[in-house]
Design a protein around this ligand. Structure first.
Ligand code: PMP
Length: 406
């Protein structure tokens, strides 16, 4: 395991030089959105300075260049996730869009009484589209329960699976707790019952390089903004056979083969699901972000983040009254916590005054908060560009907040 040169890496991220409220920025909200390295910013600037043009339809040089760069990005995404075919990569606006695309398509396959399983630790974007699907179809939503450590109760999952199960949806990593879910077991068991599986990889992608062929998953989603890319772009991976079966999500330009007022035929994959002018620059920058992350190396990155997580967990647990939610051995560098008697929002506000960016609230995962009987948590999420010194600043900040608020 090679060590990372964190100080060198930090120089790639101009925003880390910022001051907030007169203090050096300590950015610990990486699970919400990661920061963008200069290498990716340069790609975005170059696009608008040199070859901004619409893709897939122009004969002119700029359009050709933009098309080539966009399709090259699709190939980078394909390679990164070990996807068999480039047209199994659908470029979307992000995880939410990707999930809605699949949920909409499954309207054609879910009948009254069919069951859809979701895990108890889902982000709202992975609950609401399925509820909407059930409303349309008479399908029934069932929940795979979790335990106090923030782990799924797998015996219950196996019991819930039946020949009525049409779909199983689960995040690879929980955004609120950091738990890494046993998705291989989830996928294999669902397939034995003939059910399809969508894994929400939004929180896993910054830490784990998921291999689509090895997982044998039916659908997998990613948002570029969590892996050093821009907002408004992401991936839906779908197995070719599923993508061929699903109807298009949106109609418009780019997604058709032929249009008359009597009948329209749809374009081949991936264009069938890519109606309208996409986020061209964003797609190209998504590819550049993967290049950047891969140039560092996912194994080294994950190893360093584990170290940070361990160090931060130990330091924070020294604070009297501090409780961490999500205590699985198998977790990414996310710490969700509260201090007895203090509202998480108040801690977040004081930390911001100290230049420390954390997330407070329910983290779009209200059912998890209800499970623990709390309004929300303070969430510090660490990236490979954070340092142990920053953990120390956080710990001092939390102590200060505790003294002020208690
Ligand atoms: N799922 C999980 C687990 C997430 O963490 C997020 C982002 N917080 C989403 C889905 C939604 O992603 P986006 O807002 O980029 O569509």
């Amino acid at each position: 395991k090679e060590a990372l040169d964190i100080q060198k890496i930090r120089k790639d991220f101009p925003i880390l030089q910022r001051q907030v409220n007169g203090k050096p920025l300590v950015y610990l909200d990486n699970a919400a959105t990661s920061q963008t390295p200069q290498q990716v910013i340069d790609v975005i600037v170059e696009y608008y300075q040199r070859y901004n043009a619409n893709i897939h339809r122009g004969v002119h040089t700029l359009s050709q260049e933009a098309t080539d760069a966009y399709e090259a990005a699709r190939k980078k995404i394909q390679t990164h996730f070990n996807i068999a075919k480039a047209h199994e990569v659908i470029l979307t606006s992000g995880t939410t869009h990707s999930i809605n695309l699949v949920a909409n398509g499954f309207t054609a396959f879910v009948k009254e009484g069919d069951e859809i399983l979701v895990s108890a630790m889902e982000h709202h974007s992975n609950i609401v589209p399925w509820q909407m699907l059930c409303e349309r179809t008479g399908g029934v939503l069932k929940v795979i329960p979790m335990d106090l450590n923030g782990e799924l109760v797998m015996e219950e999952y196996h019991k819930l699976l039946s020949d009525r199960t049409k779909l199983v949806f689960c995040n690879h990593v929980s955004n609120a707790l950091g738990t890494i879910n046993p998705i291989k077991e989830i996928i294999d068991a669902a397939h034995r019952m003939g059910a399809a599986v969508l894994i929400d990889g939004a929180q896993a992608a910054p830490h784990i390089k998921a291999d689509m062929q090895d997982l044998d998953v039916d659908f997998y989603t990613v948002s570029a903004h969590k892996i050093c890319g821009p907002t408004g772009v992401g991936m839906l991976y779908g197995k070719e056979e599923w993508l061929n079966k699903l109807p298009p999500y949106q109609g418009g330009g780019e997604m058709i083969a032929e249009v008359t007022f009597e009948k329209t035929t749809y374009a081949d994959l991936p264009h069938k699901f890519e109606a309208g002018t996409p986020n061209i620059c964003g797609g190209i920058a998504f590819g550049a972000a993967l290049d950047y992350m891969n140039s560092i190396g996912f194994a080294a990155l994950a190893h360093y983040e584990e170290e940070l997580l361990k160090y931060a967990t130990e330091q924070l647990l020294d604070i009297v009254g501090l409780k961490i939610y999500g205590t699985s051995e198998n977790k990414t560098s996310v710490i969700s916590f509260n201090i007895e008697g203090i509202h998480p929002y108040d801690i977040g506000t004081i930390l911001d005054k100290l230049g420390i960016a954390v997330r407070t609230g329910h983290h779009c995962a209200q059912p998890i908060m209800d499970f623990y009987g709390i309004p929300g948590t303070v969430r510090a999420s660490f990236s490979f560009y954070n340092t142990k010194d920053e953990v120390d600043v956080l710990v001092e900040g939390v102590k200060k907040a505790r003294n002020m608020l208690l």
